[in-house]
Design a protein around this ligand. Structure first.
Ligand code: KDO
Length: 333
């Protein structure tokens, strides 16, 4: 009996020590916040997240550990929202096209030639429009958008030189677009023959001739080295593109009010960093690409604009746009 009791006591002591150890370990473990994006290293939306990470970790060195995963290494491009919703991912850089898959009203922001420039983009999303549209994402996707960053203005980038003035000149051009309905629609609206392909496969697709071209902002053409395997950039400027810094509501709720405030401020600092660099690069890069032997041509942008706007207004997508939203977006000065 005595022996048993002693052993029992030792077991209880061991257990409590183990538990004590565990709870101490838990207290010391920072909250890991994992972010996934298809961005390549060096592209400004990848670099901006370092700014975010630094600001958050400097404020909470013991409590929070931000982990950035680039190149879609953690989750495939476009699957980040679902991963956040399943509780497998904390943060993602997500697109309006990703959101539109679940919240059809958001397809308005996938429309070509709606947002006019980076400044207009900031003003739209920091107005009551942003509040309303972010609210839909919170309600319907359980995801909180912290801020909007300028991904750049999308331009056509062709493997072989070609005379391109109007959408008719893109007939039969196998144009890689990311793989979702809204992206494919944009490719068709431009007059091309869109083909879906993940971002990570585009370089090889251009090199082998599996595709005739792709569209991306100039800084991405530089950082992903698409200029090495293409001969021309057509300055269509068809989409003033955005990425949204998003966090799952589950993770957001784990943060203290003070931490939430810092996350919000760090996202704003990241956006500022990204936008300044990206706008400067867009000015610098035409000359850089020319020095690499690419032809940089200007099409009849009005012809592209009217064809694309007409296609969207007549599309099934526009039926889901909140009433009066196009006019409200246009009215933002
Ligand atoms: C692309 O696949 O072309 C795209 O530019 C789409 C964007 O929404 C975004 O996913 C981006 O890729 C990646 O972040 C890589 O820059």
């Amino acid at each position: 009996m005595r022996h048993l009791t002693r052993r029992g006591a030792a077991a209880v002591l061991g257990l409590s020590l183990a538990l004590g150890g565990t709870s101490m370990a838990l207290a010391a473990d920072p909250l890991k916040v994992r972010l996934s994006t298809a961005a390549v290293p060096g592209d400004w939306h990848a670099e901006m997240m370092k700014v975010f990470e630094k600001q958050v970790e400097e404020a909470f060195p013991e409590a929070i550990d931000v982990e950035i995963h680039l190149n879609a290494a953690l989750f495939k491009q476009g699957t980040e929202p679902a991963a956040m919703q399943r509780g497998n991912l904390d943060m993602g850089l997500i697109s309006a096209q990703d959101i539109a898959k679940q919240v059809p009203a958001w397809s308005i922001f996938t429309a070509g030639y709606l947002i006019r420039d980076p400044e207009h983009q900031q003003k739209v999303f920091h107005s009551d429009i942003g509040e309303e549209m972010y609210g839909l994402v919170a309600e319907e996707m359980n995801i909180k958008i912290l801020d909007v960053a300028y991904l750049g203005t999308r331009q056509l980038n062709l493997r072989d030189k070609r005379e391109v003035k109007t959408p008719a000149d893109l007939e039969g051009v196998k144009l890689r677009m990311p793989g979702s309905d809204t992206w494919q629609f944009l490719g068709r609206a431009l007059g091309a023959n869109p083909t879906p392909m993940a971002f990570g496969e585009v370089y090889l697709g251009l090199q082998t001739g599996a595709i005739d071209g792709q569209d991306n902002p100039l800084p991405t053409d530089e950082k992903a080295k698409f200029y090495e395997v293409t001969e021309q950039i057509v300055l269509t400027g068809h989409l003033v593109d955005a990425v949204f810094i998003a966090i799952s509501n589950e993770t957001w709720k784990k943060l203290t009010p003070e931490q939430q405030k810092v996350f919000q401020e760090a996202a704003a600092a990241a956006v500022k960093f990204n936008n300044e660099h990206r706008v400067a690069d867009e000015k610098r890069l035409v000359e850089f690409f020319e020095s690499k032997g690419l032809a940089i041509t200007t099409p009849d942008v009005d012809a592209f604009r009217s064809a694309v706007q007409k296609a969207y207004l007549e599309s099934e997508f526009s039926a889901d746009w909140p009433k009066g939203m196009v006019e409200r977006v246009n009215a933002v000065q």
